[in-house]
Each structure stands twice: as structure tokens, then as C-alpha cells.
Write a new protein. Sequence first.
Length: 89
Amino acid sequence: MRDYRVGEPSDLSQENLSRVAASATQIRGVLVKDEGLLVELKRWVAKEATDNGQVVDDSNLTDQAIFERLEQDVAFRSVATRLCSDTDT
């Protein structure tokens, strides 16, 4: 008998999934329309800094800093994509 249970994703799977993202332009459009999502993304940045034992720099929490990071960081875009798509359900 086969076991069809879905286990925890492997490290490779998690790494690959962390690169699945909408474009920076698409995400920016959603964030501009829903400022609450932009605040949630800033909250995620603050938590990321905390998780890494750092104090978040205020300059990393500006709208411009968020939009620039979306352009440069695919893993961050992936987080933002999931955040934006979670509100669609």
C-alpha cells in the first residue's frame, strides 16, 4: 500500500518555492492600492531584522526602500507575493 501523505517540503523544495514571485511592478500596484498590505510588508521586514538579531533601520521601512528591495530581491518578492495573494482568498 502506498503512502500518499504530503510531508514537509524538502530544503530544496523550500528554496525553489522561495523564488516564485510576481514582478516588482505587479506587487507595487497591489501595495499602492492597499496601504494595509504595505504596512504588513514593513512589519515583515521588522520581524526579519529581529529574527536575525538586528535592530531594523528606519531607512529600511520607507515606501521607497520597500519598492527598491522588491526590484532587487526575489526572495523578498516571493514573501510579498504570498502576502498579497493571501488577501485574495
